[in-house]
Ligand binder design. Structure first.
Ligand SMILES: NC(=O)c1ccc[n+]([C@@H]2O[C@H](COP(=O)([O-])OP(=O)(O)OC[C@H]3O[C@@H](n4cnc5c(N)ncnc54)[C@H](O)[C@@H]3O)[C@@H](O)[C@H]2O)c1
Length: 450
């Protein structure tokens, strides 16, 4: 093994301690490895060092608090810390511009800091999502800028991060890690590292370019699949058919090496990945003269869902004899998906804007989201308690399906809201029995496609 000589446990630097970096760094330190988190954001580093977690991932704050200040997890803005480690994992942001092109500034800055500090034997693993060829064509030459030769002096592999927010800590120690090395020795070292550090399976692919496209393919597939589920939901609504019944039966069909797997419809697709990675694919294709229509179509379909959801709320309130323009809507769950507090590109904002445009009063409650971030994104003071949000409401709109909203007693809700009240299920997940209970207690019910 030429890189990361496996004598003793590897010391690890995680560069970029945002959502992915925090989850990964805390997991690695929790597994007993010596981890230093390097981030250019001084305030963030101060928060982390004090054990304060900004990432709204279930379980992360507790895990960080248990490790901060201890011997295994340190934080710094000073890149000199990487001199002492064996493995450098890069998890900085990779946004796209308005034309879908990957913005490489964060990556370039990291490489500029790393290059003069790299020493022979170190292994660099890039996890950030990038366009095809970026590891080989951008990162490698930048890291070689100070004279070390990749493949001879230091190792380099692309290992995309595939965790899903809301379940990240469990996924980090169970999902297979895809490894594409820039040379065979780097691939060997990366393979051993992930198996040792996280105890996970490794899926080797021939090179870094393949691994880069694997990540993009997954998110492209998810976005297209959800777009199909969303249009299926709209189709089912036209015929009074419950989309969940359709999906669960349709998914029993064996196909290829698995089964049909239609995902669930919802108020839209948000977050920091699915809203940009498909565009990264589209732009990378366009740069080579091809127009990928499934990318554009899926993005359009998913981006249209917040307005569709707001329209459904208005229609259903009208059926209950209420005018949306003078209604109070209690939005439960502001995050972009269930069981995270992440508000980045949340489709809930589109629903809220569309409702406000009708004149409706909208209240917001999300127990997982940071109240400051809620104020910044939505421009209103969030409610502190669920009861404060729903009191006197004409509609309770569950727009992120957090566990806390899975089993709200309709009998209790009925005593707070203004009946008849619509329960709008933006994540299509309430059971038939629960919907019946809602109806028995004076509620109307409407979901996406049901
Ligand atoms: N969030 C997810 O669920 C998820 C899942 C899979 C993959 N990804 C990918 O992982 C990458 C990171 O995503 P994220 O959501 O963690 O981003 P993020 O914005 O939460 O975190 C990025 C961090 O990098 C830091 N940073 C930026 N430039 C730096 C530099 N030069 N030196 C040191 N630190 C620097 C920032 O201060 C920030 O803390 C992206 O490529 C993203 O597409 C994210």
């Amino acid at each position: 093994m030429r890189f990361w000589p496996a004598a003793g446990a590897p010391r690890i630097a995680v560069i970029g301690f945002g959502y992915v970096g925090s989850c990964l760094g805390v997991t690695l330190a929790g597994a007993g490895f010596d981890v230093v988190g390097v981030d250019r954001d001084r305030d963030l580093v101060a928060d982390l060092a004090a054990g304060r977690c900004r990432v709204p991932e279930p379980g992360l704050a507790e895990a960080l608090a248990g490790l901060a200040g201890g011997p295994l997890l340190a934080f710094t803005t000073d890149y000199d810390a990487v001199r002492a480690v064996d493995v450098v994992v890069v998890t900085v942001g990779t946004p796209v511009d308005d034309g879908g092109a990957l913005e490489t500034a964060q990556l370039e800055e990291v490489c500029g800091e790393l290059a003069p500090r790299l020493r022979p034997g170190q292994l660099v693993l890039l996890k950030s999502t990038v366009a095809p060829g970026v590891t080989r064509g951008l990162v490698k030459p930048l890291l070689e800028g100070s004279g070390l030769v990749q493949g001879e002096d230091f190792g380099l592999a692309y290992c995309p991060e595939r965790l899903a927010e809301g379940n990240a800590l469990a996924q980090l120690v169970t999902l297979p890690v895809v490894v594409g090395g820039c040379d065979p020795a780097s691939a060997d070292a990366a393979d051993l590292f992930w198996r040792t550090a996280l105890g996970v399976e490794v899926r080797r692919v021939p090179d870094a370019d393949v691994a880069e496209v694997v990540k993009l393919a997954s998110n492209w597939w998810i976005d297209v699949n959800v777009a199909m589920a969303n249009e299926l939901a709209r189709f089912c609504a036209l015929y009074g058919v419950d989309v969940l019944e359709v999906i669960s039966a349709a998914n029993s069909l064996p196909k290829g090496t698995g089964r049909v797997n239609v995902l669930l419809p919802s108020v839209g697709v948000g977050g920091s990945c699915l809203t940009k990675d498909p565009w990264m694919v589209w732009r990378a294709a366009r740069d080579r003269g091809a127009d990928l229509r499934t990318v554009r179509t899926a993005r359009e379909v998913n981006d249209a869902m917040p307005d569709y959801a707001a329209g459904l709320i208005g229609d259903e309130l009208a059926k209950l004899g209420k005018d949306v323009g003078s209604a109070t809507v209690a939005v439960l769950g502001a995050a972009f998906k269930s069981d995270t507090g992440d508000l980045r590109h949340t489709p809930v904002l589109g629903v809220v804007r569309a409702l406000r445009a009708t004149g409706a009063t909208v209240r917001l409650f999300d127990p997982l989201a940071d109240p400051d971030a809620m104020r910044r994104v939505f421009g209103v003071e969030p409610e502190r308690e669920l009861a404060d949000a729903v009191v006197g409401a004409d509609c309770v709109a569950v727009l992120a399906g957090h566990r806390a909203f899975a089993d709200l007693p309709p009998e209790w809700l009925a005593g707070l809201v203004s009946l008849p009240c619509l329960v709008f299920d933006g994540r299509a997940y309430y059971s038939r029995e629960y919907i019946e209970r809602l109806r028995r207690n004076g509620f109307g019910y409407r979901g996406i496609g049901r």
